[in-house]
Design a protein around this ligand. Sequence first.
Ligand code: TXA
Ligand code: MG
Length: 351
Amino acid sequence: MKTVIEKVIEDQKICNQDKIDTAGKIIQEGGLVAFPTETVYGLGADALNPKASRKIYEAKGRPSDNPLIIHIADMKALDKIAVHISEKAVKLAEHFWPGPLTMIFEKSEAVPLETTGGLQTVAVRMPSHPAALALIQAAGGYIAAPSANTSGRPSPTLAEHVAEDMDGRIPMILDGGAVGIGIESTIVDFSEETPMILRPGYITPEMIEKIIGQIKIDPGIIKENCGIHPKAPGMKYRHYAPRAELVLVSGAQEKVKQKINDLAREAELSGKTAGVIGTDESCRYYRCGIVKSIGTRNDEDTIARNLYGILREFDQQNVDIIYSESFETSGIGQAIMNRLLKAAGQKMIEV
Ligand code: TXA
Ligand code: MG
Protein backbone atom coordinates (compact mmCIF):
# COMPACT_ATOMS: atom_id res chain seq x y z
CA MET A 1 0.00 0.00 0.00
CA LYS A 2 1.27 3.46 -0.87
CA THR A 3 1.12 5.98 1.99
CA VAL A 4 0.52 9.62 1.05
CA ILE A 5 1.40 12.47 3.40
CA GLU A 6 -0.84 15.54 3.07
CA LYS A 7 -0.08 18.87 4.69
CA VAL A 8 -3.27 20.21 6.29
CA ILE A 9 -2.12 22.91 8.73
CA GLU A 10 -0.47 26.26 8.08
CA ASP A 11 -0.12 29.01 10.70
CA GLN A 12 -2.10 26.76 13.06
CA LYS A 13 -5.12 26.85 10.74
CA ILE A 14 -6.53 24.30 8.34
CA CYS A 15 -5.15 24.97 4.86
CA ASN A 16 -6.54 21.96 3.04
CA GLN A 17 -10.13 20.99 3.88
CA ASP A 18 -10.31 18.87 0.70
CA LYS A 19 -7.66 16.48 2.01
CA ILE A 20 -9.43 16.28 5.35
CA ASP A 21 -12.65 15.35 3.51
CA THR A 22 -10.77 12.66 1.57
CA ALA A 23 -9.33 11.34 4.84
CA GLY A 24 -12.81 11.36 6.42
CA LYS A 25 -14.10 9.30 3.51
CA ILE A 26 -11.28 6.74 3.92
CA ILE A 27 -12.29 6.34 7.58
CA GLN A 28 -16.01 6.07 6.76
CA GLU A 29 -15.16 3.29 4.32
CA GLY A 30 -13.34 1.35 7.03
CA GLY A 31 -9.75 2.49 6.36
CA LEU A 32 -7.03 4.03 8.55
CA VAL A 33 -5.70 7.61 8.58
CA ALA A 34 -3.01 9.06 10.87
CA PHE A 35 -3.66 12.60 12.07
CA PRO A 36 -2.22 15.23 14.42
CA THR A 37 -3.67 15.94 17.85
CA GLU A 38 -2.37 18.41 20.45
CA THR A 39 -0.78 15.53 22.42
CA VAL A 40 0.70 13.08 19.88
CA TYR A 41 -0.26 11.83 16.39
CA GLY A 42 -3.13 9.32 16.38
CA LEU A 43 -3.93 6.38 14.08
CA GLY A 44 -7.63 6.73 13.34
CA ALA A 45 -10.42 4.37 12.30
CA ASP A 46 -14.22 4.39 12.53
CA ALA A 47 -14.76 3.56 16.22
CA LEU A 48 -18.18 2.02 15.60
CA ASN A 49 -16.95 -0.38 12.90
CA PRO A 50 -15.39 -3.53 14.44
CA LYS A 51 -13.48 -4.44 11.26
CA ALA A 52 -11.94 -0.97 11.09
CA SER A 53 -10.82 -1.14 14.74
CA ARG A 54 -9.20 -4.51 14.09
CA LYS A 55 -7.10 -2.92 11.35
CA ILE A 56 -5.56 -0.57 13.93
CA TYR A 57 -4.29 -3.51 15.99
CA GLU A 58 -2.81 -5.09 12.84
CA ALA A 59 -1.07 -1.92 11.65
CA LYS A 60 0.47 -1.23 15.07
CA GLY A 61 1.18 -4.83 16.07
CA ARG A 62 -0.80 -3.98 19.22
CA PRO A 63 -1.99 -6.68 21.67
CA SER A 64 -5.77 -7.07 21.15
CA ASP A 65 -6.54 -6.63 24.88
CA ASN A 66 -5.29 -3.04 24.82
CA PRO A 67 -8.34 -0.78 24.31
CA LEU A 68 -8.56 2.29 22.07
CA ILE A 69 -9.63 5.85 22.90
CA ILE A 70 -12.68 7.16 20.98
CA HIS A 71 -12.21 10.75 19.81
CA ILE A 72 -15.30 12.96 19.50
CA ALA A 73 -15.84 16.54 18.35
CA ASP A 74 -18.88 17.61 20.43
CA MET A 75 -20.62 16.76 23.72
CA LYS A 76 -23.69 15.30 21.98
CA ALA A 77 -21.52 12.48 20.64
CA LEU A 78 -20.71 11.33 24.18
CA ASP A 79 -24.29 10.16 24.89
CA LYS A 80 -24.22 7.68 22.03
CA ILE A 81 -21.13 5.80 23.22
CA ALA A 82 -21.16 6.11 27.03
CA VAL A 83 -23.74 5.51 29.78
CA HIS A 84 -23.96 6.64 33.43
CA ILE A 85 -22.00 9.85 32.88
CA SER A 86 -21.57 11.47 36.30
CA GLU A 87 -21.90 15.17 37.10
CA LYS A 88 -18.22 15.27 38.00
CA ALA A 89 -17.30 13.97 34.57
CA VAL A 90 -19.45 16.61 32.91
CA LYS A 91 -17.70 19.27 35.00
CA LEU A 92 -14.29 18.03 33.88
CA ALA A 93 -15.45 17.99 30.28
CA GLU A 94 -16.62 21.59 30.63
CA HIS A 95 -13.20 22.62 31.92
CA PHE A 96 -10.80 20.56 29.89
CA TRP A 97 -12.54 19.59 26.62
CA PRO A 98 -11.53 20.07 23.94
CA GLY A 99 -8.10 19.18 25.33
CA PRO A 100 -5.64 16.55 26.61
CA LEU A 101 -8.03 14.68 28.92
CA THR A 102 -9.47 11.17 28.38
CA MET A 103 -12.34 9.88 30.52
CA ILE A 104 -13.46 6.27 30.95
CA PHE A 105 -17.16 5.38 31.24
CA GLU A 106 -19.38 2.33 31.01
CA LYS A 107 -19.82 1.73 27.28
CA SER A 108 -23.12 1.76 25.35
CA GLU A 109 -24.34 -0.94 22.96
CA ALA A 110 -23.14 1.16 20.02
CA VAL A 111 -19.46 0.55 20.82
CA PRO A 112 -18.06 -2.76 19.54
CA LEU A 113 -15.87 -4.85 21.87
CA GLU A 114 -13.15 -4.72 19.19
CA THR A 115 -12.73 -1.02 20.00
CA THR A 116 -12.61 -1.50 23.78
CA GLY A 117 -10.26 -4.50 23.77
CA GLY A 118 -13.10 -6.65 25.12
CA LEU A 119 -13.92 -4.32 28.04
CA GLN A 120 -17.40 -3.07 29.02
CA THR A 121 -15.93 0.41 29.48
CA VAL A 122 -14.93 2.99 26.88
CA ALA A 123 -12.28 5.72 26.89
CA VAL A 124 -13.36 9.05 25.32
CA ARG A 125 -11.48 12.23 24.47
CA MET A 126 -12.34 15.47 22.66
CA PRO A 127 -9.05 16.73 21.22
CA SER A 128 -8.45 20.45 20.65
CA HIS A 129 -6.31 20.25 17.51
CA PRO A 130 -8.19 21.86 14.60
CA ALA A 131 -7.22 19.10 12.13
CA ALA A 132 -8.33 16.39 14.57
CA LEU A 133 -11.71 18.07 15.14
CA ALA A 134 -12.25 18.61 11.40
CA LEU A 135 -11.33 14.99 10.64
CA ILE A 136 -13.68 13.62 13.31
CA GLN A 137 -16.52 15.61 11.77
CA ALA A 138 -15.62 14.53 8.23
CA ALA A 139 -15.44 10.90 9.36
CA GLY A 140 -18.90 10.78 10.96
CA GLY A 141 -18.16 11.72 14.56
CA TYR A 142 -16.34 8.79 16.22
CA ILE A 143 -12.67 8.05 15.61
CA ALA A 144 -10.89 5.30 17.55
CA ALA A 145 -7.24 6.29 17.75
CA PRO A 146 -4.22 5.07 19.65
CA SER A 147 -0.90 6.84 19.23
CA ALA A 148 0.29 6.28 15.63
CA ASN A 149 3.51 4.38 16.49
CA THR A 150 4.35 0.71 16.12
CA SER A 151 3.37 -0.89 19.42
CA GLY A 152 6.04 -0.30 22.10
CA ARG A 153 7.90 2.48 20.26
CA PRO A 154 7.96 6.18 21.23
CA SER A 155 4.75 8.01 20.27
CA PRO A 156 5.00 10.20 17.14
CA THR A 157 5.17 13.96 17.59
CA LEU A 158 5.83 14.71 13.88
CA ALA A 159 4.26 13.33 10.68
CA GLU A 160 7.75 12.03 9.80
CA HIS A 161 7.72 9.84 12.93
CA VAL A 162 4.41 8.34 11.83
CA ALA A 163 5.90 7.64 8.40
CA GLU A 164 8.89 5.85 10.02
CA ASP A 165 6.51 3.35 11.63
CA MET A 166 3.48 3.27 9.29
CA ASP A 167 4.83 3.78 5.76
CA GLY A 168 3.24 1.19 3.48
CA ARG A 169 0.72 0.12 6.15
CA ILE A 170 -1.87 2.91 5.88
CA PRO A 171 -3.16 4.98 2.94
CA MET A 172 -2.83 8.49 4.41
CA ILE A 173 -1.03 10.63 7.00
CA LEU A 174 -2.33 14.15 7.66
CA ASP A 175 0.64 16.39 8.42
CA GLY A 176 0.04 19.14 10.97
CA GLY A 177 3.70 19.77 11.82
CA ALA A 178 5.02 19.39 15.36
CA VAL A 179 2.43 18.70 18.07
CA GLY A 180 2.04 21.18 20.93
CA ILE A 181 2.22 19.02 24.07
CA GLY A 182 4.22 15.93 23.11
CA ILE A 183 2.96 13.38 25.64
CA GLU A 184 -0.37 11.57 25.71
CA SER A 185 -3.55 12.74 27.45
CA THR A 186 -4.28 12.31 31.16
CA ILE A 187 -6.67 9.37 31.64
CA VAL A 188 -9.33 9.52 34.39
CA ASP A 189 -11.49 6.46 35.09
CA PHE A 190 -15.10 7.33 35.96
CA SER A 191 -16.36 3.74 35.78
CA GLU A 192 -15.99 3.25 39.58
CA GLU A 193 -17.17 5.18 42.70
CA THR A 194 -14.18 7.52 43.08
CA PRO A 195 -12.56 8.84 39.90
CA MET A 196 -9.02 7.54 39.42
CA ILE A 197 -6.10 8.72 37.28
CA LEU A 198 -4.85 5.78 35.22
CA ARG A 199 -2.22 7.69 33.20
CA PRO A 200 -0.61 11.04 34.16
CA GLY A 201 -0.50 13.73 31.48
CA TYR A 202 -0.52 17.46 30.87
CA ILE A 203 -3.59 17.88 33.10
CA THR A 204 -2.31 17.21 36.62
CA PRO A 205 -4.14 15.72 39.64
CA GLU A 206 -4.09 19.19 41.25
CA MET A 207 -5.85 20.73 38.24
CA ILE A 208 -8.54 18.01 38.36
CA GLU A 209 -9.03 18.18 42.14
CA LYS A 210 -9.62 21.92 41.91
CA ILE A 211 -12.72 21.19 39.83
CA ILE A 212 -14.18 17.96 41.32
CA GLY A 213 -12.50 17.41 44.68
CA GLN A 214 -10.52 14.38 45.74
CA ILE A 215 -9.54 11.73 43.23
CA LYS A 216 -7.42 8.59 43.46
CA ILE A 217 -4.25 7.79 41.55
CA ASP A 218 -3.77 4.24 40.29
CA PRO A 219 -1.11 2.80 42.67
CA GLY A 220 0.34 0.90 39.69
CA ILE A 221 1.57 4.11 38.04
CA ILE A 222 3.41 5.48 41.06
CA LYS A 223 7.17 5.04 40.70
CA GLU A 224 7.75 3.29 44.04
CA ASN A 225 5.12 0.62 43.26
CA CYS A 226 6.56 -0.83 40.09
CA GLY A 227 5.52 -4.35 41.22
CA ILE A 228 1.78 -3.49 41.04
CA HIS A 229 -0.03 -3.85 37.69
CA PRO A 230 -1.54 -0.59 36.43
CA LYS A 231 -5.29 -0.59 35.60
CA ALA A 232 -5.02 0.73 32.04
CA PRO A 233 -4.01 -2.32 29.99
CA GLY A 234 -1.62 -0.23 27.88
CA MET A 235 0.35 0.92 30.91
CA LYS A 236 1.59 -2.57 31.77
CA TYR A 237 3.72 -3.06 28.65
CA ARG A 238 7.29 -1.75 28.17
CA HIS A 239 6.40 1.24 26.14
CA TYR A 240 7.51 4.45 24.52
CA ALA A 241 10.87 2.70 24.24
CA PRO A 242 13.82 3.44 21.97
CA ARG A 243 15.76 0.49 20.54
CA ALA A 244 18.76 1.47 22.68
CA GLU A 245 18.91 0.62 26.37
CA LEU A 246 17.81 3.63 28.45
CA VAL A 247 18.99 4.26 32.02
CA LEU A 248 17.82 7.18 34.19
CA VAL A 249 19.99 8.82 36.83
CA SER A 250 18.34 10.68 39.68
CA GLY A 251 19.57 12.75 42.63
CA ALA A 252 21.25 16.10 43.25
CA GLN A 253 22.07 17.83 39.95
CA GLU A 254 25.87 17.95 40.42
CA LYS A 255 26.08 14.26 41.34
CA VAL A 256 23.81 13.27 38.47
CA LYS A 257 26.02 15.04 35.93
CA GLN A 258 29.13 13.40 37.36
CA LYS A 259 27.56 9.94 37.35
CA ILE A 260 26.32 10.30 33.76
CA ASN A 261 29.78 11.44 32.65
CA ASP A 262 31.33 8.37 34.34
CA LEU A 263 28.76 5.96 32.89
CA ALA A 264 29.04 7.38 29.36
CA ARG A 265 32.84 7.15 29.52
CA GLU A 266 32.72 3.53 30.71
CA ALA A 267 30.24 2.64 27.94
CA GLU A 268 32.45 4.20 25.28
CA LEU A 269 35.56 2.48 26.65
CA SER A 270 33.76 -0.85 26.30
CA GLY A 271 33.12 -0.08 22.63
CA LYS A 272 29.49 1.05 22.88
CA THR A 273 28.00 4.24 21.43
CA ALA A 274 26.54 6.21 24.33
CA GLY A 275 23.85 8.89 24.26
CA VAL A 276 23.29 11.49 26.98
CA ILE A 277 20.01 13.33 27.66
CA GLY A 278 20.70 16.62 29.43
CA THR A 279 19.06 20.04 29.44
CA ASP A 280 19.94 23.47 28.04
CA GLU A 281 21.38 24.19 31.49
CA SER A 282 23.52 21.02 31.84
CA CYS A 283 24.62 19.90 28.36
CA ARG A 284 27.93 21.75 28.38
CA TYR A 285 29.12 19.71 31.38
CA TYR A 286 29.01 16.40 29.52
CA ARG A 287 32.27 15.11 28.11
CA CYS A 288 31.42 11.77 26.46
CA GLY A 289 28.90 10.31 24.05
CA ILE A 290 26.33 11.98 21.82
CA VAL A 291 24.86 14.73 24.03
CA LYS A 292 21.37 16.14 23.38
CA SER A 293 19.32 18.71 25.24
CA ILE A 294 15.72 17.69 25.93
CA GLY A 295 14.68 21.27 26.75
CA THR A 296 15.03 23.72 29.61
CA ARG A 297 14.28 23.17 33.29
CA ASN A 298 12.86 26.70 33.30
CA ASP A 299 9.96 25.49 31.15
CA GLU A 300 9.05 21.82 31.58
CA ASP A 301 6.64 21.97 28.66
CA THR A 302 9.70 22.03 26.37
CA ILE A 303 10.89 18.76 27.93
CA ALA A 304 7.55 17.03 27.29
CA ARG A 305 7.51 18.31 23.72
CA ASN A 306 11.00 16.95 22.86
CA LEU A 307 10.93 13.68 24.79
CA TYR A 308 9.77 11.18 22.16
CA GLY A 309 11.55 12.92 19.28
CA ILE A 310 14.88 12.72 21.10
CA LEU A 311 14.47 8.97 21.73
CA ARG A 312 13.80 8.45 18.02
CA GLU A 313 16.85 10.57 17.07
CA PHE A 314 19.11 8.39 19.22
CA ASP A 315 17.76 5.32 17.43
CA GLN A 316 18.60 6.86 14.07
CA GLN A 317 22.15 7.42 15.27
CA ASN A 318 22.40 3.75 16.31
CA VAL A 319 23.19 4.54 19.92
CA ASP A 320 23.56 1.43 22.13
CA ILE A 321 22.86 2.96 25.53
CA ILE A 322 21.30 6.26 26.63
CA TYR A 323 21.79 7.90 30.03
CA SER A 324 19.21 10.49 31.00
CA GLU A 325 18.77 13.02 33.75
CA SER A 326 15.52 12.78 35.77
CA PHE A 327 12.78 15.38 36.06
CA GLU A 328 11.03 14.82 39.38
CA THR A 329 9.06 18.00 39.48
CA SER A 330 5.45 18.80 40.18
CA GLY A 331 3.20 19.64 37.26
CA ILE A 332 3.95 17.88 34.01
CA GLY A 333 7.15 16.42 35.53
CA GLN A 334 5.10 13.46 36.84
CA ALA A 335 3.95 12.57 33.35
CA ILE A 336 7.46 13.04 31.93
CA MET A 337 8.95 10.69 34.55
CA ASN A 338 6.16 8.15 34.05
CA ARG A 339 7.00 7.92 30.32
CA LEU A 340 10.78 7.96 30.84
CA LEU A 341 10.61 5.20 33.47
CA LYS A 342 8.47 3.04 31.19
CA ALA A 343 10.81 3.67 28.27
CA ALA A 344 13.70 2.65 30.54
CA GLY A 345 11.93 -0.51 31.73
CA GLN A 346 12.07 1.15 35.23
CA LYS A 347 15.91 1.24 35.23
CA MET A 348 16.99 4.14 37.44
CA ILE A 349 20.20 4.75 39.34
CA GLU A 350 19.95 6.95 42.46
CA VAL A 351 23.05 8.96 43.36
O1 TXA B 1 -3.24 11.71 23.89
C1 TXA B 1 -3.73 10.60 23.67
O2 TXA B 1 -4.48 10.03 24.49
C2 TXA B 1 -3.37 9.92 22.34
C3 TXA B 1 -3.96 10.74 21.20
C4 TXA B 1 -3.80 10.08 19.85
O3 TXA B 1 -5.31 11.02 21.47
N1 TXA B 1 -3.86 8.56 22.31
C5 TXA B 1 -3.28 7.56 23.03
O4 TXA B 1 -3.80 6.31 22.80
O5 TXA B 1 -2.35 7.75 23.79
P1 TXA B 1 -3.06 4.96 23.21
O6 TXA B 1 -3.89 3.87 22.63
O7 TXA B 1 -1.65 5.01 22.83
O8 TXA B 1 -3.24 4.90 24.76
C6 TXA B 1 -4.52 4.65 25.31
C7 TXA B 1 -4.38 4.17 26.73
C8 TXA B 1 -3.84 2.76 26.82
O9 TXA B 1 -2.95 2.68 27.91
C9 TXA B 1 -5.10 1.94 27.09
O10 TXA B 1 -4.84 0.74 27.77
C10 TXA B 1 -5.92 2.91 27.92
O11 TXA B 1 -5.69 4.14 27.31
N2 TXA B 1 -7.37 2.63 27.82
C11 TXA B 1 -8.18 2.80 26.75
N3 TXA B 1 -9.44 2.40 27.01
C12 TXA B 1 -9.44 1.97 28.30
C13 TXA B 1 -10.44 1.42 29.16
N4 TXA B 1 -11.69 1.23 28.75
N5 TXA B 1 -10.05 1.08 30.42
C14 TXA B 1 -8.77 1.28 30.85
N6 TXA B 1 -7.79 1.80 30.08
C15 TXA B 1 -8.12 2.11 28.82
MG1 MG C 1 0.33 4.67 22.74
